[in-house]
Design a protein around this ligand. Structure first.
Ligand code: GDP
Length: 170
């Protein structure tokens, strides 16, 4: 079975749950006291998609360097960029829109853009409506998934949707 390596980077404000999403995807666990990412961390996970193995090479950035010199290092050569926001914090959704503009200007033209509305377990304090993000994501041809790293909601959906959008090598 063919093995493809897919570099993926996570972008988004500090505290939205980037590391927790990766941890849930790779280890299927959640650590409420997860250490803030310093610099960037790297993890891999291989999953089967149709007749291929997709090895995700995941770069989890610290967030603080948004729009600064470091960020392009992570999205350069990436098959996909996952921009994470927190559904309970409207301002993190504005950051997502800024990231989309940044990626449009500087990333590989065929990069798959995915938006992840994390902490969807906290519906009582929701500030960003699912419908609004869905409409926005559709308008820019981006993947959109709401996730809860805490409650394991849609833990594999981002990977599945990214795989679906990567052209097959057949
Ligand atoms: P990062 O800075 O974007 O990597 O965010 P972290 O993964 O470090 O998470 C920041 C905080 O949000 C931590 O206290 C996590 O426990 C919490 N968190 C992450 N994901 C979720 C989630 O899906 N639901 C809830 N309720 N809290 C979460």
């Amino acid at each position: 079975m063919a093995l493809r390596e897919l570099k993926v980077c996570l972008l988004g404000d500090p505290g939205v749950g980037k590391s927790s999403i990766v941890w849930r995807f790779v280890e299927d666990s959640f650590d409420p006291n997860i250490n803030p990412t310093v610099g960037a961390s790297f993890m891999t996970k291989t999953v089967q998609y149709q007749n291929e193995l997709h090895k995700f090479l995941i770069w989890d950035t610290a967030g603080q360097e948004r729009f600064r010199a470091l960020a392009p290092m992570y999205y350069r050569g990436s098959a996909a960029a996952i921009i994470v926001y927190d559904i309970t914090k409207e301002e993190t959704f504005s950051t997502l829109k800024n990231w989309v503009k940044e990626l449009r200007q500087h990333s590989p033209p065929n990069i798959v853009v995915a938006s992840a509305g994390n902490k969807c377990d906290l519906i009582d304090v929701r500030e960003v409506m699912e419908r609004d993000t869905k409409d926005y994501a559709d308008s820019i041809h981006a993947v959109f998934v709401e996730t809860s790293a805490k409650n394991a909601i849609n833990k594999n959906e981002l990977a599945i949707e990214i795989s679906r959008r990567i052209p097959s090598t057949d």
